[in-house]
Design a binder for this molecule. Sequence first.
Ligand code: SF4
Length: 361
Amino acid sequence: MAGIYVHIPFCESKCYYCAFSSFVKNDEWEKYFKTLIEQILSSPYSVKVESIFIGGGTPSVVDKKYIEQILLAIKAKFDVADNVEITIEANPNSLDREKLEFYKKIGITRLSIGVQSLDNGMLKTLGRKHNKKQVFYALKEAKKAGFENINCDLLLGLEGQTYFKLKKEVDALKKYVTHFSCYMLQIEDGTLLEKMVLNGQIKLPLDDKTVTNYLKLTKYLHKNGFLQYEISNFAKKGYKCRHNLNYWTRGDYLGFGLSAHSFVNKKRWANANTFAKFYAEEKLFEEDLTDKQIVEEMIMLGLRCEEGVDKKQLKEQGYDIEQNLNYDRLIKTGIIFEEGDKIKINPDYYGASNLVIEQLF
Ligand code: SF4
């Protein structure tokens, strides 16, 4: 079983904090999708597909015919499971009833909407083009079009954000959605946000305030039936994202499109991240994972998930985690704990998970 990721590198405009491969280039669509579909159809790999994720960028800004062509190509080329999960990412201001009904008709089962915030001032500060009214319009239309599996992305660490405001946002959104992804705002090199922070135009809250808000929010989401199954992800029962679970459990996946990553049979590669190089089928990198890399990935991905990392499986890869000098201390302080063969991070320490994970390498 494997997942397929398709990257749509187009957006209506560039958000100030964005470091993803996304461009405002409508004149590139025709050539890009023609190449993308050729590359899907000529893939040398043959996998059974359980999930498809059309991400970006903003897939909902491009002509919907391209989305249909992509799905037809995947179905023509690969063995796609009958109950395949198909997600599309969308921005609230690029969704309307006609598009949503079309997505439903072509087999899309899950919407992931980049809400980020319901505060119009914060959205403006981030360079987002939508507003609160458009969020609820998109959610209501999605429901009318028959979508029930809907994720909302929320951003934490925004100027003026408080736990009270976040809680109110969850209250306003929860009846429409089955899943929340809550990400911390990162200041990426070379972004406009970085300049704004350096110039003092914008002041972001201290990390520990954001972590406190995040920990309180996780508890509030839990109280409302959204169970945390990964550090940033919360789902109602039966609505975990299968595609992302496959990444985190190190299942195989094929990535198509600009800068898309693939992982098959312990081999990882990424497509080039410029249009010219992508058209020439160049790769950004290609590598066979070493045992050390595999162990590090198992720890990193496993500890981010509620499932944890399996001690026995680590041993099979040649790593006895109990011999790690930090292991006993982390257990004694309650930062990590054991459950059978699984090692897990105490959810109260999810805000410091990167530090914990590093200590176990
Ligand atoms: S919509 Fe998403 S991908 Fe596009 S510019 Fe904004 S953050 Fe980046």
